[in-house]
Design a protein around this ligand. Sequence first.
Ligand code: NAD
Ligand code: UDP
Length: 321
Amino acid sequence: MPRPRAVVTGGAGFLGSHLCERLIREGYSVLCLDDLSTGSPRNVEHLAEIGPFRFVRADVTDFVHVVGDVDVVLHFASPASPIDYLRMPIETLKVGSIGTLHTLGLAKEKKARYLLASTSEAYGDPQVHPQPESYWGHVNPVGPRGVYDEAKRFAEAMTMAYRRSQAVDTAIVRIFNTHGPRMRPDDGRAVPTFIRQALAGEPLTVAGDGRQTRSIQYVDDLVEGCVRLLHSPLAGPVNIGNPHEVSIEDLARGILDLVGVPGTLRFVPRPEDDPTVRRPDITLARRELGWEPAVGLGEGLRRTIEWLRAGPERSVAPRAI
Ligand code: NAD
Ligand code: UDP
């Protein structure tokens, strides 16, 4: 029997590269489409040794054309870190809108199952806590973060339209903050920033009073949740996140403890529209996918610290191939 084939957009990024690896190990042949705007070929250079893997440098906001059968399409291409999407606002809106249109078109043509990487940012600065999938969210469309949040909300609407009117077999995962190996140490997100600062003996830059919360999961749990959703008949959206909620100040202090340095905190201005709280209600994932996180916060952070401690040559910024 021929191998099933997966197309993963954004496959050279942090999450996409882990998904490519998991799919190859499950017996898929994987085609990764990535424009390397925030990803790196180093994230995927080991994959061809594991199984059938092909990387094509492509911007999915251009026309997406794939020769041959495709069984699953995973659309993970998008800047994801606030500093990336604030630096690339139009690109972010384009990949969430036109990129989603093109990849849904690909799934329709190939009769493939489609998985959209959406985000907890679809809930904005939530007024319901924790957030169930039924909550419609509280997003400022004209604030600086609107380019990301609204791109993903549009992507969700487009995905549901293709499901309803074009019979594409779609699924939406709402991903909550995730960390792990292959995050760029300079990507500006709290976990890699705090670890990089702690390892360098610099003060940890805590935004605002540090009382805002996030619920942070380890990448292996996210990949497991995505694969279970992909192999299920569910349309979603389905929250995949670790309900263990922590304040940003406690996160920073916890990272100092785990790195094993005394360290200090430096309180810096809070970004505009920075959500105050965030915690997933994972009742749906538990019930329908039998999924729940397996890696605790401390254990996950230990693994990410070890990876970042191993050196910048393993976690470089994008380069051309
Ligand atoms: P990342 O920046 O590491 O990866 C994104 C990848 O998409 C990069 O390799 C980048 O080069 C590629 N890309 C961007 N625009 C593209 C385009 N137009 N065409 C082709 N490739 C393009 O980010 P990540 O953290 O791995 O996030 C992956 C996906 O998961 C994103 O869609 C993001 O919105 C979503 N997500 C991530 C998190 C998280 O905590 N990491 C949380 C919620 C949602
Ligand atoms: N944050 C911080 N210091 C940093 C980077 C981020 O205090 O150096 C804060 C940020 O303001 C937010 C939280 O940490 O309140 C999580 O930020 P991140 O960018 O990781 O994720 P997101 O805001 O997208 O959930």
